[in-house]
Write a protein that binds this ligand. Structure first.
Ligand code: UDP
Ligand code: MG
Length: 321
């Protein structure tokens, strides 16, 4: 082996992707061999309940450059990815989905840009295949809100599929927060970034792991981990309502002095009470959300738990019972 060849790490999270394992390596391995780089594929088994792990270990048996991290349970894609990034050794690291929605061929263009001196080369989805209008609108609304509230420009249609230089990966590995909204973290770290277009493939096997509720939760998580605006906005709204109420009180007092007391007004009182009550509950909910986040961070639990690793030089635990 030529020692000077830079190492490329591909990091792939797997959650119940048994049907995709062989298909992925069938396409990925020949591609990696065609590059003039040394390579490794870091596979993270994110608590799959099917035969994903066995198939990954078989792949590792065939080629030791395919390495496997087995997590103790399902931690979610973001944390699985964090585990993979932490274990990767490459001078350049590319996270990639197991379902072949990220065409390996795009990596060649990424490497070209990396060699030009860019630290991050993110892939921009050309068209959203297999997504309905509602999903597209939701995504668009999310990007708009995030950019305006978090004040971090989030590249449109860019996901986790990207090449990162070692120095970027090192920074990300040092970020201790638990709620890892990777898209935001990737953008937040800065460095010299550039986007290249790619055509997202269709998922071949199985269904997407994202339901609408999970997606909504994810979007809200992303927003609240990068912006304090949802916390602050209530002081503005509160001040506005207090101001308006003051004028209203003055008007009522003058009216009463001129026209005397009139009994009707039941509806307006009811409406104001309901409105304020609702707003207070909403505010409490948002406070609670941030408090919960602080609580989670303060506990300081590990981000993920590794059950075993296969193929890593330092402290490998390949023994299987
Ligand atoms: N994934 C994971 N843990 C999870 C959910 C998903 O590791 O809890 C992996 C999954 O196996 C795939 C990638 O994350 O490799 C993207 O998942 P999916 O294709 O379901 O998401 P989408 O492409 O629809 O965004
Ligand atoms: Mg997918």
């Amino acid at each position: 082996m030529v020692a000077a060849r830079p190492l490329l790490s591909i990091v792939v999270p797997f959650f119940n992707e048994g049907a995709n394992v062989e298909r992925l390596f069938l396409r990925l391995t020949p591609f990696l061999e065609s590059l003039d780089l040394a390579w490794e594929v870091v596979c993270v088994n994110d608590g799959s309940r099917d035969d994903t792990l066995d198939r990954l270990l078989a792949a590792h048996g065939r080629d030791s450059r395919i390495k496997v991290i087995d997590l103790s349970r399902n931690f979610g894609k973001e944390l699985a990815l964090s585990a993979g990034l932490a274990h990767s050794q490459g001078d350049a690291v590319v996270p990639m989905d197991a379902d072949l929605q990220h065409p390996p061929e795009t990596v060649r263009d990424m490497i070209a840009k990396w060699r030009e001196g860019y630290d991050v080369v993110y892939a921009i989805r050309h068209a959203r295949i297999g997504q309905g209008l509602a999903a597209r609108l939701f995504a668009r609304g999310f990007y708009w809100t995030f950019e305006h509230l978090a004040e971090i420009p989030l590249p449109r249609e860019a996901g986790d599929f990207r090449l990162m230089d070692r120095k970027v990966v090192d920074v990300i590995n040092r970020m201790p927060e638990r709620s890892r909204f990777m898209k935001g973290i990737f953008a937040w770290v800065g460095f010299r970034q550039i986007g290249i277009p790619y055509q997202q493939g269709e998922r071949v096997e199985g269904g997407t792991k994202w339901g609408f509720v999970k997606l909504l939760r994810f979007a809200f998580d992303g927003l609240t981990s990068f912006s304090n605006f949802p916390l602050r906005v209530w002081s503005y709204i509160g001040a506005m309502i207090a101001g308006l109420s003051f004028f209203y009180i003055v008007i009522r007092v003058i009216r009463t002095l001129i026209y005397g007391v009139d009994i009707p007004g039941y509806e307006s009182i009811l409406i104001i009470m309901l409105f304020l009550g609702g707003m207070q509950l909403l505010t409490l909910g948002i406070l609670g959300d941030y408090l919960g986040r602080v609580f989670n961070e303060v506990k300081g639990r590990p981000l993920y738990i590794v059950r075993s690793t296969h193929g890593f030089e330092d402290g490998d635990s390949s023994r299987r019972k």
